[in-house]
Structures are given as structure tokens and as C-alpha cells.
Design a binder for this molecule. Sequence first.
Ligand code: HEM
Ligand code: HEM
Length: 207
Amino acid sequence: MATLQRIRNHDLIERVGHWVHLLNLILLVLSGIAIHAPSYNVFGSLDAARMVHFVDMYVFSFIGVFHVYQFFALGKWSVAGPTPRNLGGTWQTIKYYLFLRDRKPAYGKYNPLQIISYVLLFALSAVQAVLGFALYWPAGMGVVVGAFGGLMGLRQAHYLVSWVFIAFTMIHLYLVLTQPLRLTKSMITGSFWRRTADRARQGRGQY
Ligand code: HEM
Ligand code: HEM
């Protein structure tokens, strides 16, 4: 017989971290656009936009370092790290998203494609931070500036990477909204209710 079961999906640190990161990223994108094209400035002046960017780049870096702490000191690696166990069923998941299979394979907290894309996002965040700090301290990080043929090339690279973040966010939002709404709500409340009989159909086997 099916019974209702409360699934604790995201702990407080994860939820606060996720939404702070979103807010911070919006400010970084808006201030970045204002620096790139001053006529699209919602901060009033270029100085204000630069100030917002320079504060938020430290918040961005802190969130990155905190993720490392979460993964390796708080144990998130076991459920969200790209381990052979968490990546099991990758090919079946690809087939599901290509409409070649109608059931999503059972997986742990995140499906293998989520894990791969989050790892790539983390790597890209590190790249963006290195490019950004090289723009901030061009003399101290001359090697990076040189690798891009000078400050203009470096600015262009930092600018292009911004669009990958914007694209990731759009695709992420689309994929999130194709899931049952209770999963999105659980990124706010921390948990959702599920009938135990749904378990096999839903994935998230270990939960
Ligand atoms: C630790 C992370 C980051 C650092 C250290 C950083 C640093 C910087 C610096 C120093 C500038 C040049 C400011 C100026 O010329 O006045 C800049 C510009 C910019 N940043 Fe960042 N940033 C970071 C993250 C981001 C992120 C995550 C985004 C967007 C997703 C972003 C988007 C931009 C854009 C669009 C520009 C303008 C580039 C141009 O001149 O065309 N930044 N950033
Ligand atoms: C546009 C608004 C956004 C919404 C509504 C949203 C919603 C969600 C939801 C519902 C989840 C949980 C997915 C699951 O449990 O399978 C999630 C996870 C995640 N989201 Fe977002 N998200 C947004 C923006 C972003 C942005 C801008 C980023 C980063 C650039 C991001 C990065 C992540 C990551 C890395 C996870 C994995 C969960 C974790 O370990 O913290 N999200 N998001």
C-alpha cells in the first residue's frame, strides 16, 4: 500500500547557498554588462557598477571555496561528486533526454547528467575567476594577460564566458521546470512528500 513519505532533499546550507549564488550571479551579470556596454547600466554610474562587480567577485569566490568545503568536509562528494557510482546510468539518461527511452533510470540525489554539468559549471567558474582576477591585477597576473594576447583579448574571453553562465541558467531553469514542481519547492522548503509506491518511477532511489 502506498504511504506518504517526507523526503528531505536539500539541507539549509545547500538552499541558502543556491539562492545567494543566484542573487550574486544576477548582480555580477548586470554589473558586467554595465562595464561592457555602459549604456545598459542599471546602477546609475560606471563607478557604482564596478564597485558592485568588485564586491560580488569576492562573494563568488567565497561561494566557490565553500563548495569545496561542502564537498570534501561535509560529505557532499558522496551524493554529488562525479564518482563511478553517481555516474552509473549516464548513457541511459542521455537516451531518456533524447526521447529514445521513456523512463528515467533510477539514480541517487542528482542524475548523472546533472552531476557532469555541475562539475563543468564549477570548472568554468574557476576559469572565470582567474580571468576576472587577471583583469583586476594585470601586473601580478601578467602570464594570464599574455596568454590572451593582452587586456583586450582577456576582456573578450571574460565577456564570452559570461554568456555561458547565462545560457546555463536558462537551460537549468527550463530543465527544473520540466520536473514536478515539488522538486523546485524543495529548493526553498528543503523537502517534499512522495508516495512510497512512486519510488521506482521517480528515480532518486537512495532517498
Ligand atoms: C571571481 C570572479 C570574477 C572576477 C574576479 C571578475 C572581475 C572582473 C573585472 C576586474 C572586470 C573589469 C572591470 C573594469 O574593467 O572596470 C570584469 C568585467 C566583467 N565581468 Fe567579471 N569578474 C568575475 C566574475 C564574473 C562573472 C561570474 C560574470 C558573469 C557571469 C562576469 C562578467 C563580467 C563582464 C561581462 C565584464 C565586462 C567585460 C568587458 O569589459 O567586456 N564577471 N570582471
Ligand atoms: C533561475 C533561477 C533558478 C532556479 C529556479 C533554480 C532551481 C534549482 C532547483 C529546483 C534545483 C534542485 C534540482 C534537483 O534537486 O535536482 C537546483 C539545483 C542547482 N542549481 Fe539552480 N536554480 C536557478 C538558478 C541557478 C543558477 C544561476 C545556478 C548557477 C549558475 C544554479 C546552479 C545550481 C546547482 C549547482 C544546483 C545543484 C544543487 C546544489 O548542489 O546546490 N542554479 N536549482
